[in-house]
Structure formats: structure tokens, C-alpha cells
Write a protein that binds this ligand. Structure first.
Ligand SMILES: [Zn+2]
Length: 443
């Protein structure tokens, strides 16, 4: 009896032993030369914008940048056999490691890099014909899985083999770098009831070189898709951070698409316009949510504990509002030296419907030392607590589906915030007053 059992065991382990005849480990480091232009490093930008203490120093790093959290596939082709793709994710230093074994010697080993953050742990290796699900993926029309770097070796393939890859500079790599930084920032926020922001941000597709963006720049048409026109990811990375801010909002509100029509950008006031900019006039609903997206972009670019935090472009007058400086997320009282920024939401400016005024009020919720010092996790807690599916939809019900071009605005945010954090009430009133949002509709 004992002899028979032993014989079965030997038969079971035998193929595995033979499979170890050829084996090796492929390691490498994936790096990128940052293809992004730093719009805040340009000469003539407002004081403090580039060298200012508020500017986070881990953006636009020194080249070469380690391509962290990127999707890598190693393809070990054995003689007379197709390769089995082995998928993994680069670590904090851009390094990947994949072990392989087989019954024949390899004829080639190829490493490919994709601008995707796979939803697998660092160090995990997935053997599959298809790439693992993505936390976020940079893609483009017609090519779902864009390749940004590839290298194939055909000699000295067994044992330990190093294959380093320098990825291509361009829109996909630029978008990946910014998105990875935004996701890293989101992962550092406090965890609201219902789970982390990061856990709610899975499966986002970022389309670069897209020609279907109304008005240019970028747009988040659904809660899972960001579209960017050509050159946006390289020349204006803040736009991508802003669009991902829209995704944070739509996911936190559980809406699949933006909760307003595009006509809401242009329906309020003679100067209403689309595309919007920091100084255009919009109805209050899009103005608030554009301001929200700016604040998420602000978290990507600036330290809310330090002033001043600049945002947007400089020097172009818009809709009759002279701009002597650059737009700032700081309220006029906190940043009196910036004439353009100070006047933007000032008493003489027309209307109270601009996105930047809303962005400044929200920034007062998160910045320090002047204000509350809440983080994005706490703001998302407020969004998740907005009442859902109120029907019929009257004004001033603070609901996700509040009706009208001016509904679901700053006032609704404020009311829902105070429900979550009662002690913040006085400070929120101050933020409203100092950013000229008093005239907002109560809707
Ligand atoms: Zn936007």
C-alpha cells in the first residue's frame, strides 16, 4: 500500500521538476523623462507661484522619473512555444521583478510598459492573456491598451536578466504621470464613511489626443471617462487633475454623468459662455462643480497649509474683468497683493456665479492656518451624505438631483457640510462672505 501511494506522488511532482530545467528572473527599472511642461514655472508667472512654499515639490521631478505603479508585461518566448504574458506593477522605485520557468530555453524576453495603474498589489504577478483590471488607464480612441515602452532581449536569457525601459515622452506618459500623482494624493486623504476615495476611483479611462471634446481642453462626460484634446496632458497637466476632480465628485454623488446640461454654462447672464474659464459667468450649479474640480486639482499641485496657492493661467482678460495677476485659490483677504485675483470676486465684479469664487470658498474649507483645515476625505464625506433621489425635486432640498441651472450650488454644499460638521458653521459663513457668494441663490 505504502509503495503505491509513493508512486502516485512521484508521478504528480515529476512534470514540475522537469519544468525547472530552464528558469530565470527578469528585473528592471522603468523610467520616464517628464514630458510635461510646468505651466507654473513660466517666466512672468505671479509671485510665489513657482518658487512659493505652497507649491508641492514632488511634482515635475528631476529626470529621470521612476515610473511608479505602472503596468508591465514580461513575455518569455520559449523555443517552439507561444509566450505566456506575465503582468506586474512597478514599485515605488519603478522596479519590477518577474520569475519564469519552462521546459525549453527562451528565444527572447520582451518587456512592455503600459500607462495603466493595475488593480493588483505591487509584487504580484498575474499570468493571463489579457491585462488585469485597471485602477486607471490612459488610452486613446482606437487603441485601448496603449504601449509607451518596449524592449526585447535575445541573448543571455536564463538566470537573472535585467531589462530596463525608458518610456516614450508624449501625451500618454504625461497623462499617466499626472494621474498617478493625483491618485497618490487621493490615497493620502482621510477615509470617509463608506470607504476610501481611492476605493471609489477604480476603472477610470483617460483618453488622450481626443478630438471629441466640446470647447477644447478637457472634459469628464461620465463618471468613468476623461477626454483630453491633443497636447493637454503635456502642456496643461492641471486640466487633467481638474477633470479627475470631476470624477471624484460624480463618484461621491453616485451620478453616472454630470448632474447638469452643458447649456447651464451659458444660460445665466449675458456673458455666459462655454467653454468656461476662471472668469466666465456660469449658472451656479456648474460654477460650484467647476470650483470643486479646481480644488481637487489644487490638492494635486499645492500644499493647502501654505499660501499662496495659484491656479489657472495668467494675463488674459476675460469678459471685461482685468487681470493684473494670476488666478488664486486664496481669498482676496488672504491674498491682497494679487490685483487680478483680488478683483475677480470683488464687489465690482459682475455676478456671483464664477467658478473661481466657489473654488476659493471650498479652499477655505481645506486650507490652513486661516481656515478649517478639512481634507478631501472630509469633503467627500459631505458629498456622500447629500440626500439622494428626492422627488419631486423642489428647490433648496440640498439633494443630488436638485433641479435647475442654479440648484445644487455652494449654499447646498454649505448646508450639507454643516449637517456633517456642525462646529464649522461660522467659518463657512465667513468663507461665503469673503468670496462674494452671499448673493448666490438659496436654491
Ligand atoms: Zn471642469
Amino acid at each position: 500500500m505504502r509503495v503505491i501511494v509513493l508512486g502516485i506522488l512521484l508521478a504528480l511532482v515529476s512534470p514540475a521538476v522537469r519544468a525547472q530545467l530552464f528558469s530565470g528572473t527578469v528585473t528592471g527599472i522603468v523610467t520616464a523623462a517628464d514630458p510635461r511642461t510646468d505651466p507654473y514655472g513660466a517666466a512672468g508667472y505671479a509671485d510665489g507661484a513657482n518658487g512659493g512654499a505652497a507649491r508641492l515639490t514632488n511634482r515635475f521631478e528631476q529626470d529621470p522619473i521612476a515610473l511608479r505603479n505602472a503596468l508591465v508585461v514580461v513575455c518569455v518566448r520559449l523555443a517552439y512555444a507561444p509566450c505566456t504574458p506575465l503582468w506586474t506593477r512597478t514599485d515605488a522605485t519603478g522596479r519590477y521583478t518577474v520569475a519564469w520557468s519552462g521546459m525549453a530555453p527562451p528565444t527572447s524576453i520582451r518587456t512592455r510598459v503600459y500607462p495603466q495603474q493595475p488593480d493588483i498589489a505591487i509584487g504580484a504577478v498575474v499570468a493571463s492573456a489579457w491585462p488585469p483590471a485597471a485602477t486607471f488607464r490612459v488610452t486613446t480612441a482606437g487603441i485601448t491598451d496603449v504601449i509607451i515602452g518596449e524592449r526585447t532581449e535575445t541573448t543571455n536569457l536564463t538566470g537573472n536578466r535585467t531589462i530596463n525601459v525608458l518610456v516614450d515622452p508624449g501625451e500618454p506618459t504625461a497623462a499617466f504621470l499626472t494621474a498617478r500623482e493625483v491618485y497618490s494624493m487621493l490615497g493620502s486623504q482621510s477615509i470617509p464613511p463608506g470607504g476610501s476615495i481611492l476605493g471609489d476611483m477604480q476603472g477610470v479611462d483617460i483618453f488622450v489626443n481626443d478630438l471629441g471634446v466640446p470647447g477644447g481642453g478637457g472634459v469628464a462626460l461620465t463618471d468613468s471617462e476623461v477626454l483630453l484634446v491633443p497636447s493637454t496632458a503635456t502642456l496643461n497637466p492641471f486640466t487633467l487633475a481638474h477633470e479627475l476632480g470631476h470624477i471624484v465628485a460624480w463618484r461621491s454623488l453616485d451620478v453616472g454623468v454630470p448632474p447638469y446640461e452643458f447649456t447651464a454654462y451659458a444660460a445665466c447672464g449675458a456673458s455666459g459662455d462655454y467653454p468656461w474659464s476662471d472668469f466666465t459667468l456660469e449658472c451656479e450649479k456648474p460654477a460650484f462643480w467647476e470650483g470643486f474640480a479646481h480644488v481637487v486639482g489644487g490638492f494635486w499641485m499645492w500644499n493647502p497649509e501654505v499660501q499662496p496657492a495659484e491656479v489657472g493661467g495668467c494675463g488674459t482678460a476675460g469678459h471685461g474683468i482685468p487681470r493684473g495677476g494670476c488666478t488664486s485659490l486664496e481669498s482676496p483677504l488672504q491674498r491682497p497683493g494679487s490685483t487680478g485675483g483680488a478683483s475677480a470676486c470683488g464687489a465690482g465684479a459682475p455676478g456671483h456665479q464664477r467658478a473661481i469664487c466657489n473654488a476659493r470658498a471650498l479652499w477655505d474649507v481645506v486650507d490652513r492656518p486661516n481656515s478649517l483645515g478639512r481634507d478631501l476625505g472630509e469633503i467627500v464625506r459631505v458629498l456622500r451624505a447629500y440626500p439622494r433621489v428626492c422627488l419631486p425635486a423642489p428647490f433648496d432640498n440640498r439633494c443630488v438631483n436638485e433641479w435647475g441651472y442654479d440648484g445644487m450650488n455652494w449654499k447646498d454644499y454649505k448646508a450639507n457640510h454643516v449637517t456633517q460638521f456642525t462646529a464649522d458653521s461660522v467659518t463657512l459663513e465667513g468663507a461665503e462672505n469673503s468670496n462674494n457668494l452671499m448673493g448666490s441663490s438659496n436654491d
